[in-house]
Design a protein around this ligand. Structure first.
Ligand SMILES: CC(C)(COP(=O)(O)OP(=O)(O)OC[C@H]1O[C@@H](n2cnc3c(N)ncnc32)[C@H](O)[C@@H]1OP(=O)(O)O)[C@@H](O)C(=O)NCCC(=O)NCCS
Length: 183
């Protein structure tokens, strides 16, 4: 899976001519993933991990050898990995559910890249037959919440976090939201 797209939010400014390349990352690209995580600004890192994760913690996270292989979708801009969508199967889940997470570097946020990665993640999850995706974010992560809602998530508030659940068996809304990712 590799695709290119224009950034709808980047009609003017330094990123106007840069089209992201969206593709899956292989295990051998963990160094790129780590470098991307370490480039996240403080707030984005906090939003991504749910706490101010230290470099060593992020290193260990990238080196993890999970029993069930995750699907990592990357957004490369000008050859550099600027955004990631992770689909990580939950090892203890009865019905092959998976956890979803996003990280986009600060200068590339609010340009529609999250929308594109979400649409790709939904396609990948459906292809893998995953029936349900879960995503957790902090209560003040309004952008993530808005994005999840656009893709039909059922959103609930839990202690200290927002939980978004995507049911991929339900036809309609997800397909509609995903198909309008890029014009
Ligand atoms: C959250 C994140 C994935 C969103 O991706 P993005 O590329 O910045 O977002 P998009 O440009 O696709 O915009 C998503 C929606 O949020 C809306 N939005 C943007 N800023 C917002 C804000 N401050 N409040 C509410 N909605 C906001 C956008 O308008 C868009 O909705 P629209 O299509 O109706 O206009 C990205 O900002 C990110 O990686 N942040 C840091 C890490 C993180 O928060 N991860 C989530 C937890 S796993």
């Amino acid at each position: 899976m590799t695709s290119t797209a224009s950034l709808p939010g980047a009609a003017a400014g330094p990123v106007e001519d840069l089209a992201p390349v969206i593709r899956r990352l292989g295990r051998e690209e963990r160094a790129e993933m780590l470098a991307h995580f370490l480039r996240l600004d403080e707030k984005s890192r906090y939003f991504r991990f749910g706490y101010p994760a230290a470099e060593n913690t992020i290193r260990r996270y990238c080196e993890m050898e999970p029993v069930l292989e995750p699907v990592i979708i990357g957004a490369f801009i000008g050859g550099t990995l600027r955004g990631i969508a992770e689909i990580r199967p939950l090892e203890n889940a009865v019905h092959q559910e998976a956890e979803l997470a996003f990280s986009i570097e600060e200068n590339w946020q609010s340009l529609g890249l999250g929308h594109t990665l979400m649409a790709e993640a939904m396609v990948e999850a459906r292809l893998k037959g995953i029936p349900k995706l879960q995503l957790s974010c902090l209560p003040d992560n309004f952008r993530m919440r808005r994005l999840a809602e656009q893709f039909g998530a059922h959103v609930t508030r839990q202690t200290g976090q927002i939980r978004c659940e995507f049911s991929l068996q339900r036809p309609g809304k997800l397909t509609t939201a995903g198909s309008t990712a890029w014009q």
